[in-house]
Design a protein around this ligand. Sequence first.
Ligand code: ARG
Length: 603
Amino acid sequence: RLALARKTQSISTTANMSEENSGNLKKQLSKLFEASLRETVPSVLDVEPLVAACTAKFGDYQCNNAMSLWSKIKGKTTDFKGPPAVGQAIMRNLPSSEMIESCSVAGPGFVNVVLSKTWLAEKIQKMLIDGIDTWAPKISINRAVVDFSSPNIAKEMHVGHLRSTIIGDTLARMLEFSKVDVLRRNHVGDWGTQFGMLIEFLFEKFPNFKDVNETAVGDLQAFYKASKQRFDADPAFKEKAQKAVVRLQGGEPKYRQAWAQICDISRKEFDKVYQRLGVHLEEKGESFYNPFIPGVLEGLSNQGLVEESEGARVIFIEGINIPLIVVKSDGGYNYASTDLTALWYRLNEEKADWIIYVTDVGQQQHFDMVFKAAKRAGWLPANGSMFPKASHVGFGLVLGDDGKRFRTRASDVVRLVDLLDEAKTRSKAALVERGKAEEWTEEELEQTAEAIGYGAIKYADLKNNRLTNYTFSYDQMLNDKGNTAVYLLYAHARICSIIRKSGKDVEELKKTGVLVLGHPDERALGLHLLQFAETVEEACTNLLPNVLCEYLYNLSEYFTKFYSNCQVVGSAEETSRLLLCEATAVVMRKCFFLLGIVPVYKI
Ligand code: ARG
């Protein structure tokens, strides 16, 4: 109810005055075209300008409205003979602007725009002075919850959790960059019937479990497995384990204490991974929401949404033939009861406008049902593109060389720490082979190996559309050629070294020098730099990190082209070109930052 009463709004696509200062070219052009469309066909209301970047042959951007407008006015007007004439009128009515150098109409009415290179150069120079944050997306919401990583206590974090951690962190970073207040939530699986068997098992092994330290417990996952085997094989143990669940949930101190102890041991293991990945999360596990479940379900029951079905209490969802079970037939709560309650909490207590869940695609139906139940309850607007909004960010599997789910030789789940170790070891070996052990301090060697190794793992994951499965390959991700983090980190380090070796003070150049985009390759690089803002905005609003990776890779390609065709140091254009190098490095570093990759400055 509360959620419904709050102002619903859609992501603002219409530019406002402050947009003038943002780096978003597409939005600025859209604003100009919007004015022109209104002027051209006043009878057609609310036309969204269809503006997109296009291939250099025709121009930098293209407006694509003539055809659809024609189909709306055809037969009702004699003003135009066909779509090309509509296109001509759109072009004529375009308000004059410093950003546009020339326009032309092509084919069935496409309006092509060539941007002014003086204007582009000025914008880049302004960014260098005011900082890259002035190119941050403008997203019209206050707060987001990103629910990611979310491993399960006593079970190992697996590659699926790695994907969730990497993707979720990037999304959180992009939203934070957009000045959204982000609650980074670790929805740890710390509640449920598995604790009964695990606790009883540990009590048997360690009669004084309370005094046992974590190293003695060692591998919790192994205990979990063993307790499960015991549970399945031994009816007496099974009964004891089931009773333990009741005692735990009833709050019996000995059981509570053991539970807390187990969670703590797991948490320390998870934290090691987060620390190495540079990922920050705030834990609110399943147990946190437990006390709120009865109240939330009562509210839903009062609304008439909860029904009885085969002994369980369920919510029926239109279009899905299985209902969402919210109370099991034994009276217990489940994953869905917790998620519904967590959603309620996030909307009403935490006042989140956007709640984003990062899990494998296998959980898509679960979230679909939870969101639809929330819509039935009126917590979320029926129109899914309005805020407050809930989004499931699904991702595919990580595969091994054999094309099957990625596993170790013993066919166990791969341990994340082992993956990180291996990537670091390999990247360090590659650096040593290139003679860096003699050149650098041990600390530099370590830090660079980590930046490259962990960066490689992250980038290999993020560069694919998240829904596709990908094959985990150290050889591929640690290759210094092609679309890899190593290649990109080296490209960035090389730019830094060009600037360093010039002996010039870039801070001084920013103030006194002038950036000019004279050569076609300079212009192409400059235009791409200015497309950073609209790219991050797209990646962020569509929850697609691969869009940013593609941008970053193309950026390094544009730079390479520029650098091989335009002499920097010692040329007449040295100052301007050094500024362009600096702008490229700044944008690259921002991309790295948003992808959670630590840049390196020396190679
Ligand atoms: N613990 C779950 C798993 O490992 C993921 C939890 C995702 N978040 C949520 N709110 N359900 O599969």
